[in-house]
Design a protein around this ligand. Structure first.
Ligand SMILES: *Cc1c(COP(=O)(O)O)cnc(C)c1O
Length: 220
């Protein structure tokens, strides 16, 4: 099957309210170009260096999303153009995004990355860390950072109940934060969850944005 037919399949099966982020990490610009030519405009990358190189080889109207863990000292390189950072998970990173957003006269949209999986990983706020972050409220003094929702990754497992439970948790955190902090902010509306192995479940559990690599581009 070709990239075109994989994209056609997703177009037919993913509900229209769900944004498809094509995760192009580790695939060369020529291959990304095929997906672009098939009509996709939103692409996700997880490494700053790779993103910078690829961006220059591809059309200007691509919306680039950053989906990997982001080091503070690299924010500067993506701040001029990035459309959405999915991986805001600490205060100091936010302060750096604020600084670089200001330097570029841009408001940078970000998702609060939450650690919802049972697996041990370093990335993402725990639910309580995120509650404290929101309660402390320093984000309100960051006019160049716009928090537009949440992002999370489920455990890598065949256990459907487990995955569903984790997506459900992310959705309920989204609702909690929406009610508590963003009730009148229409921009706070994204739930980024679902990858190749679990996106149908994520959509059933309320995803608004799926991040798909393998199903579009094949194995990395
Ligand atoms: C690589 C990656 C994806 C895409 O994974 P696939 O299983 O290839 O669809 C999605 N989200 C994040 C954060 C990733 O790092």
């Amino acid at each position: 099957m070709s990239i075109q037919s994989h994209i056609a399949f997703l177009r037919e099966t993913v509900p229209s309210g769900v944004t498809l982020v094509a995760v192009s990490k580790f695939h060369p610009a020529e291959v990304v170009r095929e997906a672009y030519d098939a009509g996709l405009r939103v692409f996700g990358e997880s490494r700053v260096q790779e993103l910078i190189v690829k961006k220059d080889q591809l059309p200007e109207d691509i919306e680039w999303h950053f989906i990997g863990s982001l080091q503070r000292n690299k924010v500067k390189q993506i701040a001029p153009f990035i459309s959405l950072i999915h991986s805001l998970d600490n205060e100091r990173l936010m302060q750096e995004i604020e600084k670089q957003g200001a330097a570029n006269s841009r408001i940078i949209s970000c998702l609060l990355q939450l650690h919802i999986a049972e697996e041990d990983t370093k990335s993402g706020f725990s639910p309580d860390e995120c509650r404290s972050f929101l309660r402390e409220g320093n984000w309100k003094a960051c006019p160049h950072v716009r928090i537009v929702g949440v992002m999370g990754m489920a455990t890598y497992t065949d256990n459907e109940r487990q995955v569903r439970k984790e997506f459900h948790l992310l959705k309920s955190l989204f609702e909690e934060f929406k009610t508590g902090y963003f009730p009148d902010d229409p921009a706070f509306r994204e739930i980024s969850m679902g990858m190749t192995g679990d996106y149908p479940l994520a959509i059933e559990e309320g995803s608004t944005m799926i991040r798909i690599g393998t199903l579009i581009f094949g194995d990395r």
